[in-house]
Structure formats: C-alpha cells, structure tokens
Write a protein that binds this ligand. Structure first.
Ligand code: FES
Length: 152
C-alpha cells in the first residue's frame, strides 16, 4: 500500500493535470483555430465578394448634379459612371465603353459620351444613342442611402 500509494497518487495527479491541461489546451486551440480560420477568413472573403459591393458608398449625392453625373472608383478600382436622373433617382453603369473599352465621360444633358470614338449612351438606361458602340453600358445596381449613392 505504502509503495503503491505514492505512485498511484502521482499517476493520478499527473492524469488529472494532464486531463485538465489537455482538454483546455485543445479547447483553446480549437476555438481560436476555428474562429480564426473558418470564422473570419471565409466570412470576410464572402463579404468582400458579395457585400463588398452591396452598401459600399460610391459618391455623395451632392456631388452628382441633377441631369449630370460623376465618374467614380468602384470596388477593385473599377470605374463606374453615376447618372442623376432626378432629385432622388440615380443610375449607374460600368464606365467601360462597350466599343473598345475606353472609359466614358461623366454624363451631361442626359447623355454619356465616350471620348475615344464618340459613342453616346442614354444616362437613364445606358442604351446606345449613337455608335460605333452597338451594345449599351452594363448597369450597376445602386441606390440612394441618406446623402450617399451606394451599391445596391
Ligand atoms: S471605345 Fe468608346 S467609342 Fe470606341
């Protein structure tokens, strides 16, 4: 008893210590590991991919004159042309001209003009008003949120 007792006590104590230490270490490692890798990385990646667009402020509404518009940087540095159709209505398009890829100019008088070869697009719907472009500008969904034009 006397010889086995200290050994079994040590073994028992070590077992308890190990039993207490290992699970807590694993729990800590697992929780921080799963939170750090699967929690934030994919969420942020997903957010950036899908939401990176939605809700992103493009320009202050005050900087988009009614009947005109503004050329702004969208997510990823992509140029977006924002047209203010009325006091409360805005439209936006990928500013890449569908003819040969030049960046169109800011809307003026309801028309978006490409400086390269003179194609013209309607500010209200992006449709071709004058060639050489044969395809309208690609619409970008936007909405007015407070005093900002944001991606929808
Ligand atoms: S690139 Fe715009 S009209 Fe040619």
């Amino acid at each position: 008893m006397n010889t086995e007792s200290p050994v079994s006590r040590r073994a028992a104590l070590c077992g308890i210590v190990v039993a207490l230490a290992v699970p807590s270490g694993l729990v800590t490692a697992c929780s921080s590991g799963s939170t750090g890798s699967s929690g934030s990385a994919p969420t942020q990646g997903g957010s950036t991919g899908s939401t990176g667009s939605a809700g992103t402020a493009l320009v202050a509404l005050a900087d988009v004159p009614e009947g005109g518009g503004a050329l702004v940087d969208g997510p990823g540095g992509k140029k977006i042309v924002v047209a203010r159709i009325s006091a409360s209505e805005v439209k936006a398009y990928d500013a890449t001209c569908t003819h040969q890829g030049a960046i169109v100019a800011e809307p003026a008088g309801g028309t978006i003009t490409c400086p390269s070869h003179g194609s013209q697009f309607g500010a209200a719907d992006g449709s071709v008003k004058k060639g050489p472009a044969t395809t309208g500008l690609r619409a970008v969904a936007v909405r007015v949120s407070g005093d900002q034009v944001v991606l929808a």
